[in-house]
Design a binder for this molecule. Sequence first.
Ligand SMILES: CCCCC/C=C\CCCC/C=C/C(=O)SCCNC(=O)CCNC(=O)[C@H](O)C(C)(C)COP(=O)(O)OP(=O)(O)OC[C@H]1O[C@@H](n2cnc3c(N)ncnc32)[C@H](O)[C@@H]1OP(=O)(O)O
Length: 301
Amino acid sequence: MALTVGLRPLTRALLRPWARVPGAALGRPAAGSGDGVRCFGSPRVLVEPDPAAVGVAVMKMRNPPVNSLSLEFLTELLISLEKLENDKTFRGIIITSDCPGIFSAGLDLLEMYGRDPAHCAEYWKAVQELWLRVYLSNLVVIGAINGISPAGGCLLSLSCDYRVLANNPKYAIGLNETLLGIIAPFWFKDVLVNTIGHRAAERALQLGFLFPPSDALQVGIVDQVVPEDQVQSTARSVMAQWLAIPDHARQLTKNLVRKPTADRLLQQRDADIQNFVRFISRDSIQKSLHVYLEKLKQKKG
Ligand SMILES: CCCCC/C=C\CCCC/C=C/C(=O)SCCNC(=O)CCNC(=O)[C@H](O)C(C)(C)COP(=O)(O)OP(=O)(O)OC[C@H]1O[C@@H](n2cnc3c(N)ncnc32)[C@H](O)[C@@H]1OP(=O)(O)O
């Protein structure tokens, strides 16, 4: 699926040939490079084969200060995921953050505030695409959640096959959209319902809950809570457990479980984009976003 089609020239320009060892295919050292630098990257996404786990890539999000999911960042994530999906040397991805204390601050509010309908439509298409790409990935995708993870960051985490969260009370996770005066779209809601159940999701969505780690574990929004310095090693050992299952059987099963949820969006992607553009363009919603952005600025004192 050519993901660069329809992207703005700037975005295409950002994704120039990757900085990688000449001749090094993903996951394999370049000829004559010894153990080689076997990674590829873009300005905001670093992908490194896990030196301790064959067939596993670690995807580090590095869009400082808060890994907010801007259009450029989404595009780089999508291209990295596509490369990994197409490289048969990889069977699993660990997604984590290189921004201290933050997994992802969610969708980039500046992509939705004061933007024209055409931009909002392009942005929302990329948001849909990232979710579909992660949620339906044939690879094992494990979230090594080493920071706070509100809204879009929570959606990214929920789309993984397994979630390991650092036991730091600041690292709350949840779909907090109502606190901003907006709402989570139906497919965000669907993934939360699938993960924590209908009643818990209904309450969490309406109240915009951001669950601290202990509550996140208890409600089931994450699968494991571990000390911060054990997040990556725990993700790696869980990955080994999942990769012990034959890929084809696991992939068919993942598809069996997840395709009905993904199909609900796939069958109405354009309508969803139009709904988003109409909703986000409302004066009342733009005002809510303005108030929220001002609060973020005032917070800094
Ligand atoms: C019927 C159809 C319905 C369709 C759907 C309707 C609506 C569409 C949207 C629905 C889904 C929305 C999903 C989302 O993800 S919305 C975003 C939600 N995110 C948040 O609420 C997090 C906001 N940020 C924070 O709470 C904090 O920044 C923090 C992540 C806890 C980090 O705090 P701290 O380390 O103190 O950093 P600062 O707050 O100082 O932030 C640093 C700079 O980054 C800017 N920032 C923060 N978050 C975002 C963001 N999400 N987008 C853009 N920019 C962000 C912040 O303003 C600071 O900027 P500055 O340095 O220039 O002041």
